[in-house]
Write a protein that binds this ligand. Structure first.
Ligand code: C2E
Ligand code: CA
Ligand code: CA
Ligand code: CA
Length: 276
């Protein structure tokens, strides 16, 4: 009867309402959190083949007003879709700058600080100014900044990205291809982007020691990187056996729970002291 038609249309409009209203309310919630400074940088240490700290990756956390810590997988996709990821990323920079300035006497020389940068941000020349502003307090490359761009969202080469890369290079900013092996970057792409680091995705590191085809892909990626003059960072190193294998295969840098887990800035300082 009529009532079931009314009910169906009610359900339908409720469905549409949710579909349309949700992205906006997600954006509202993220924007509100941004204004309150709730997106905070955590750091995960990266080590060299001797196990010494040689860098760190900035990993964003959402620290809500009630004190919960929310991992990026939950909010980064929505942040990217809404474009809010750009101001969210830059909002972490002053705190990071203050922190590393405070720690400058303890930072190992050549320390590389890596920042995840989304495709949208990489189409914005303001990125160069943000990097310059960040680096100006660290004289003569006492801290090296590296921008990680994921292989899954390849950035098209345009005159804008050419200019951006040139200007970043001029101020000493390095480029890493993140999650390598999950996308489809070509040799030409790697060359034209003058990539400094290749970060082998955790999924491949996992296969070390197994007989699967992916395990030999790790060797192929290491070979290719060496031939292209790029350094390799292995992600998601979780065991001594994996570390041993990677070090024996000349992987320069290692990152994973086996060495360091991501921690808030206040807890990261102890790692510097450990290496003094
Ligand atoms: P990612 O850039 O690949 O970062 C590495 C992720 O692997 C981090 O997860 C880290 O905690 C985790 N990880 C590190 N070592 C190990 C290990 O040994 N085992 C395992 N199982 N996991 C390990 P997290 O912090 O949850 O970040 C997830 C993703 O969110 C990041 O992946 C990155 O794509 C994105 N993300 C994080 N922070 C930012 C940011 O500031 N901006 C942007 N655009 N994306 C970010
Ligand atoms: Ca990354
Ligand atoms: Ca370069
Ligand atoms: Ca990664």
């Amino acid at each position: 009867g009529i009532s079931s038609v009314v009910l169906a249309s009610l359900i339908f409009s409720a469905f549409i309402y949710l579909l349309l209203a949700r992205p906006r309310s997600v954006k509202k919630v993220l924007n509100h959190a941004l204004k309150r400074g709730e997106f905070v940088p955590w750091l995960q240490g990266i080590v060299d083949k001797h196990g010494n700290l040689c860098g760190a990756e900035v990993l964003m956390r959402w620290q809500t007003s009630s004190g919960e810590i929310i991992n990026p997988d939950i909010f980064i996709p929505a942040a990217e879709k809404s474009g809010l990821i750009v101001p969210m990323t830059t909002s972490m920079l002053p705190e990071l700058q203050r922190y590393f300035l405070q720690q400058r006497a303890l930072i190992p020389s050549g320390f590389v600080l890596s920042l995840n940068i989304c495709k949208l941000h990489f189409q914005n020349l303001g990125l160069v100014d943000e990097c310059r502003e960040f680096l100006k307090v660290f004289p003569e490359q006492s801290l090296v900044l590296c921008l990680e761009i994921t292989e899954r969202e390849l950035i098209e080469q345009t005159s804008l990205t050419d200019l951006l890369l040139k200007q970043l290079d001029e101020i000493g900013v390095k480029i890493a291809i993140d999650d390598f092996g999950t996308g489809h970057a070509s040799f030409n792409y790697m060359r034209s982007f003058k990539v400094d680091f290749i970060k082998i995705d955790r999924a491949f590191i996992n296969t070390i020691g197994s007989a699967s085809i992916s395990a030999s892909l790790v060797d192929i990626i290491i070979d290719m990187a060496a031939k292209l003059g790029m350094e390799v960072v292995a992600e998601g190193v979780e065991s001594g056996a994996q570390a041993e294998y990677l070090i024996a295969h000349n992987v320069a840098k290692l990152q994973g729970f086996y060495y360091h887990k991501p921690v808030p800035l206040a807890l990261f300082s102890a790692k510097f002291k450990h290496y003094q």
